[in-house]
Ligand binder design. Structure first.
Ligand code: ZN
Ligand code: ZN
Length: 178
């Protein structure tokens, strides 16, 4: 029960993000009660008989047995086939209001750090700058004052999904609104 959780390169703290919870339930894949289960689902055509344990996600057993994916490939452009498979089939997803998107930096998938508000974002000025640029160019936020006001409100109606590049270490984010 006290076995250390497997390490997920692209989702390094799945307990803090809520992807795993303490549970006595048995895993729908290995049939063992291992103390923690995944709170998300597995996209599969097959019926998955119960929650999946972290170990069956990490070693790819669950994705293989049910021929499914945990993470949608949305956002994962320009990464290698191996990285794509590791994120979609061997990484727990995170929940979001809108369709979750996985960010990419330095041609590798970035590691999901969690859902954050403005205060946490200010600790990563590069992520805040990148968000400001994305919203101005892609989101049509032309009024700099209103954009700043919106960014400062993050953590309430909308929040930011924070990632860290697995190659260069810089942080990046996107906005998720309810
Ligand atoms: Zn299992
Ligand atoms: Zn990078």
């Amino acid at each position: 029960m006290s076995r250390a959780l497997p390490f997920f390169r692209y989702h390094p703290d799945p307990v803090a993000t809520g992807a795993f919870k303490v549970s006595r339930e048995t895993c729908g894949c290995c049939g063992q009660a291992r103390g923690r289960v995944y709170t998300g689902g597995l996209y599969s055509r097959h019926e998955v008989p119960g929650p999946i344990c972290p170990w069956c996600i990490a070693d790819g057993t669950a994705a293989e047995r049910f021929d499914g994916e945990f993470v949608d490939a949305y956002g994962l452009d320009g990464v290698s086939r191996d990285v794509l498979r590791e994120v979609t089939r061997r990484t727990p997803a995170f929940s979001a209001w809108q369709d979750p998107r996985w960010l990419v930096h330095c041609h590798d998938a970035a590691a999901f750090r969690g859902e954050v508000g403005y205060t946490e974002l200010t600790e990563h000025p590069e992520a805040l700058d990148q968000l400001r640029t994305d919203l101005r160019l892609g989101g049509g936020w032309h009024d700099a004052d209103r954009l700043d006001e919106f960014l400062r409100s993050l953590g309430h109606d909308a929040s930011a999904m924070l990632f860290r590049c697995t190659v260069c270490g810089s942080h990046l984010a996107y906005v998720d609104a309810s």
